[in-house]
Write a protein that binds this ligand. Structure first.
Ligand code: PMP
Length: 353
């Protein structure tokens, strides 16, 4: 496949402290662009990372016809680069595309563009354990019009960001709070798609939580405000009486790829896994009767994020003495060992380049 490449004249890498990174603040030297017009995706181009021009009448600014993804590449023990489950992220992006009336993109185009970009910017993959290259593919509508209709032209892009820990807490437990007022998604809405509207809706409640010193909102269902759904950028798992319980993917939550990986590992370890509705009351009562062992979030950015405290209305609970639990740690270790090539990838999750 033809990819047009225009290299940067001067790499920015020497200005970056690659061993001291936050999350999503620094971007690599190049970016991938594939435009969609006349009913098909055009020749991929790689150009220096920089501004893109958008008309003020571009429909995506006004009506939000946008999807995105977030996956990671790791510097492996053998000196190569491991991309974690690229097919699965591509599949989810196309699922989001279908919901947003955006044309799907073939895996061939997606992975060829990604690998070509990675070839140029491979030195941006941090070598330190715990660090990785965050890969952000996205598609946005580019028609110039004011009025609500499906765009006929689009742009697919990939940018890279070398990253450290997503939460300043790292593997220390985070604090969550339910919202009595706001909801994230309803069945039939956009909840299962990775589209900016979901994140826009989460900002106000997340800000209010932050003011109280709380890391993120624990979303409850939109109808009864009773069943747990997920967290801002993570799916959520509870270990009660040694059973791993997580809300089912039934039309409101994002189907996390880390969630899928973690459930697979847990099942293989003969842990009882249940994808079923779980109410906040059940969590509180299991905390009271001493059967709540662990709570953790799963997501690409943090992999596993232990939850140490949950606040719901007037009730606050502390989980596992505000320490990471044994299963959370074991899952974190197992997933990251595969990602960094320290353990064999028996699941076929890794594409090495
Ligand atoms: N839920 C939401 C709303 C998210 O943004 C994310 C992060 N993509 C997740 C769950 C976790 O999904 P994944 O494990 O695929 O990153």
């Amino acid at each position: 496949m033809d990819v047009k490449v225009a290299r940067t004249k001067k790499s920015k890498l020497s200005n970056v402290d690659i061993n001291n990174l936050g999350f999503g603040e620094v971007f690599s030297d190049h970016m991938l662009i594939i435009d969609y017009k006349n009913g098909r995706w055009q020749t991929p181009q790689i150009v220096p990372f920089g501004e893109i021009s958008i008309l003020p009448s571009s429909c995506m600014i006004h009506y939000g016809q946008v999807v995105f993804e977030g996956l990671k590449a790791f510097y492996n023990k053998q000196g190569g680069i491991n991309i974690f489950r690229p097919q699965k992220y591509h599949e989810r992006m196309n699922k989001s595309c279908r919901r947003l009336c955006i044309p799907e993109i073939s895996y061939d185009l997606f992975i060829t563009g990604l690998l070509e970009l990675l070839k140029l910017d491979k030195d941006w993959v941090p070598r330190q354990r715990g660090y990785s290259l965050y890969i952000r593919p996205f598609i946005f509508a580019t028609d110039s019009y004011i009025g609500v209709r499906v765009s006929e032209t689009y742009r697919f892009m990939i940018i890279f960001s070398p990253v450290g820990a997503y939460y300043k807490e790292g593997l220390d437990p985070v604090r969550l709070i339910t919202s009595g007022e706001y909801v994230r998604a309803v069945k039939g809405g956009l909840g299962t798609a990775k589209t900016p509207a979901n994140y826009a809706a989460s900002l106000l409640p997340a800000n209010e939580a932050k003011k109280k010193g709380i890391t993120q909102v624990l979303w409850l269902d939109a109808i009864e405000h009773k069943y747990i759904e997920e967290v801002g950028t993570m799916n959520i798992c509870f270990v009660i009486n040694n059973e791993l319980i997580t809300p089912p993917p039934d039309g409101t939550i994002l189907e996390g790829i880390t969630r899928d990986s973690v459930l697979r590992l847990a099942r293989d370890w003969r842990i009882k896994v249940s994808e079923r509705p779980i109410s906040i009351d059940e969590v509180i009562s299991s905390s009271r009767n001493g059967t709540l062992n662990e709570v953790f979030g799963t997501g690409t950015a943090a992999v596993i994020s232990p939850v140490g405290e949950i606040q719901h209305l007037e009730t606050g609970i502390t989980v596992n003495g505000n320490k990471i639990g044994a299963l959370s740690q074991k899952l974190y270790d197992a997933v990251t060992a595969i990602q960094y090539g320290e353990k064999p990838d028996t699941y076929g999750w890794i594409q090495t380049v």
